[in-house]
Design a protein around this ligand. Structure first.
Ligand code: ATP
Ligand code: MG
Length: 180
């Protein structure tokens, strides 16, 4: 599975529809302070189902919708779309390419789509469960989190490494088996 592209429109500082294509290998995003680098990682977390407005640096979810600038009126809708190459069927679906989409309107109405079909948040969450890319996984680390990893106690740091390595789900299964 590989991230192919991300399309953002009306999300935070991205008023205009913007598509970022990810080629094989490593991608770096550079830009001056306040140019929207963190907003890109937040768009990724958001489309994967992030439910906490605070962790997206807002107080309510509609805060993620473009709020206007000196020369532009605020928008009423934010949409983020992310496409994966799933030729290896790492995501458990028959599709060789998977596109997820989340839309939010200023009145609070929201919408999720899987390959162009309306779906529930749960369908997206289930698709990414145990892939290391879910909304709570450590595949997206924000600025503050990097520090907290370095400052945490060794036991807590080990827990994080185990989650990344995918060991924690086996530990959980072992604990469950031992108590049965
Ligand atoms: P740094 O290098 O300092 O980490 P960055 O490139 O990560 O900066 P971001 O934090 O992604 O920058 O972007 C912050 C910008 O996004 C600010 O200019 C802020 O005004 C703008 N922004 C955030 N939310 C909205 C919104 N709802 N509408 C319009 N602009 C927004
Ligand atoms: Mg930043």
């Amino acid at each position: 599975m590989r991230l192919k592209s991300l399309t953002i429109s009306g999300f935070k500082s991205f008023a205009d529809k913007t598509t970022i294509k990810f080629k094989p290998g490593m991608t770096g995003v550079v830009g001056p302070n306040g140019s929207g680098k963190s907003n890109i990682t937040e768009a990724i977390r958001w489309v994967l189902g992030e439910q906490s407005a605070k962790s997206l640096r807002g107080s309510r979810m509609p805060d993620i919708i473009f709020a206007g600038s000196e020369d532009r009126a605020p928008l009423n809708r934010a949409a983020v779309e992310m496409t994966f190459d799933n030729a290896d069927h790492y995501l458990k679906t028959d599709y060789a390419e998977v596109t997820i989409k989340r839309v939010l309107f200023r009145n609070g109405k929201s919408q999720y789509e899987l390959n162009g079909q309306d779906c529930r948040l749960r369908d997206i969450t289930n698709l990414f469960l145990d892939t290391g890319l879910g909304q709570d996984s450590f595949s997206v680390l924000s600025q503050g989190q990097v520090e907290s990893v370095f400052n945490s106690k060794p036991e807590d740091r080990r827990t994080i490494i185990e989650q990344v390595a995918g060991v924690s789900k086996f530990k959980k299964q072992k604990q469950q088996a031992e108590t049965q």
